[in-house]
Design a protein. Structure first.
Length: 546
């Protein structure tokens, strides 16, 4: 008759469990490596945490099974070798059943089961450690996108006819610099800026009239000891030679020297000349800017720096009159006229090449003449009687208010002239950028909020230790077992043959005197002797020392 093979009599289950534990942990590490840095996704409706939980649970349960079976077998292995205290038997058996017994086994110092006892305790935090592996990181990530499309001006060639003059006058006066209305999102060049500089002044007395005058002879005067009526005077020009402190700007569009009573003293509470008087000179000029722009939550903001190397080109082809024009206007043209960008009713008919800034940026003659003419007609009044070097004024009395030209009114009440001219420069730059002759567009980076997995790899150390310790304990137990029966957690040794049971009985008999409860030991040994086929009468005689 053939003997049937019993899987419990081999290490097959333990070896398979150890392999499954290692494989599950390796799969867990592979999934984490794949997901690390990726966006949050669900695979077949399973989140990453669910997958990690499944794999870690399989690995932990298999490792614990291996630990329990390995530690349980230790008690049979050591008792098969030598006589030992039954307290050791009990301690090892308890360790194979949970962390409490494993903790007490550490105090008894049984080396052969020490690795398993430590692993049994560490397994308590196996799952929490696995759950700490996965975190989330939310950040704004940028990538090139045609959605972030912003204009850039390399050559501007439109004349005044294409500038929305009525709207432009309002923009100039109100100082509009709302980028979101003027631009379609870009980074690149603008062509204007503003400069605020203080100038020197001198004062002189003329009877009961006090007159203040700048070096360019712009003056303001009022009756002494009464509230001032003349609140504002200005001198605007497109020729740098007519400025006080802007003569070094060779790309000048418009310069404006201003004398005004500050807004806080424009009432009737202060008398002349005991008022705060402000003297300023502001200039608009062509330049090249480098923009850094961002659109966050539909709010466009930008910063810029002026490209100081992109100055007016001194090459022979920059803003040079044609030979035919030179021949025609030779008698009227001088060096200052050739260099000037200011519009002239006669000399602006001279055909010129583009005004070039740096190596690549150009402004056509039509645009230069058009802008200069526009500022002359907007900010400079003609035929102001009895006033020299003044082409703008604002006078207010109890009877009426007089001013010329109309465009200066916002400048009279502006709290900050620097900010007003800066806004004016921006409102000029924006249309120039959107009206490049070749409609050049730069594509920027679009940022979106992305949440990605972030794996904290140090937390996988403890699960690895538990799995490796379970495998190590299994190897130690297999080597220590030798010919000992594979009983594991079977306390009654139900799967062992009777000769093996007899051997255990003889081992237990040697250590009988170490039990405090003799009757309980006698009952246990009697049962085991009966099961092993030992003559109970002989056992009783042996117990009585006969």
């Amino acid at each position: 008759m053939y003997e049937t093979w019993d899987i419990s009599s081999t290490w097959t289950l333990e070896l398979l469990s150890a392999g499954l534990s290692v494989a599950s942990l390796a799969a867990l590490a592979g999934v984490l490596a794949y997901a690390d840095g990726r966006e949050l996704v669900a695979w077949y409706n399973l989140t990453l945490n669910t997958v990690i939980s499944i794999l870690s649970t399989i690995s932990r349960l298999c490792a614990i099974f291996v630990l329990c079976e390995s530690i349980a077998q230790v008690k049979w292995a050591i008792f098969a070798e030598n006589a030992r205290s039954l307290l050791d038997f009990e301690a090892i058996d308890a360790a194979s059943r949970g962390p409490v017994g494993a903790f007490w086994l550490l105090w008894r110092g049984k080396r052969v089961a020490m690795v398993g006892a430590v692993a049994m305790l560490l397994a308590l935090v196996f799952d929490p450690s696995a759950q700490q592996l996965v975190r989330w990181r939310t950040a704004v990530e940028f990538e090139a996108s045609e959605v972030a499309r912003l204009p850039r001006a390399v050559r501007y060639g439109r004349g005044i006819g294409l500038w929305r003059v009525r709207w432009w006058g309002w923009v100039v006066m109100m100082g509009s610099n709302d980028l979101s209305k003027d631009l379609q999102r870009s980074e690149s060049t603008g062509q204007s800026t503003s400069v605020l500089m203080d100038t020197s002044n001198s004062g002189s007395m003329f009877g009961n009239v006090v007159k203040l005058e700048l070096l360019n002879q712009l003056s303001i005067d009022n009756y002494e000891s009464v509230a001032p009526e003349l609140l504002f005077t200005s001198w605007g020009t497109g020729n740098e030679s007519g400025t006080v402190s802007m003569s070094d700007i060779d790309t000048l569009i418009w310069s404006m020297a201003i004398l005004r009573v500050k807004p806080k003293d424009q009432g009737e509470t202060r008398t002349w000349p005991h008022v705060d008087l402000e003297e300023s000179e502001c200039a608009l000029y062509y330049c090249v800017k480098r923009y850094n722009e961002s659109d966050m939550n539909n709010s466009l903001s930008h910063s810029w720096t002026e490209v100081t190397t992109a100055t007016r080109s001194q090459d022979s082809y920059s803003w040079q009159p044609s030979q035919s024009s030179i021949d025609q206007y030779q008698a009227e043209l001088n060096d200052a006229d050739i260099e000037s960008l200011a519009f002239d009713d006669s000399l602006s008919a001279v055909e010129r090449t583009d005004l070039q800034l740096g190596d690549v940026f150009n402004i056509s003659q039509a645009a230069v003449n058009g802008l200069s003419s526009f500022f002359q007609s907007t900010f400079a009044a003609k035929n102001i009687s009895n006033v020299n070097n003044t082409n703008g004024f604002y006078m207010r009395s109890s009877a009426n208010t007089q001013y010329q030209p109309a465009a200066i009114q916002p400048l009279v009440l502006s709290v900050n002239l620097d900010a007003t001219f800066t806004a004016l420069a921006e409102s000029m730059s924006n249309p120039i950028r959107t009206a490049d002759d070749n409609a050049i567009t730069d594509f920027g980076m679009m940022g979106t909020s992305v949440t990605r997995y972030r794996v904290h790899w140090p937390w996988i150390t403890l699960p690895i230790l538990v799995v490796l310790a379970s495998v190590g304990q299994l190897v130690i137990t297999i080597r220590a077992s030798g010919d000992a029966p594979l009983w594991n957690n079977s306390v009654l040794c139900s799967n062992s043959d009777r000769s093996r049971s007899r051997r255990s009985y003889e081992t237990l008999r040697v250590v009988e005197n170490q039990w405090d409860n003799q009757s309980l030991l006698a009952q246990f040994l009697h049962s085991l002797a009966s099961f092993a086929g030992v003559d109970t009468n002989a056992y009783i005689l042996a117990q009585n020392g006969i």
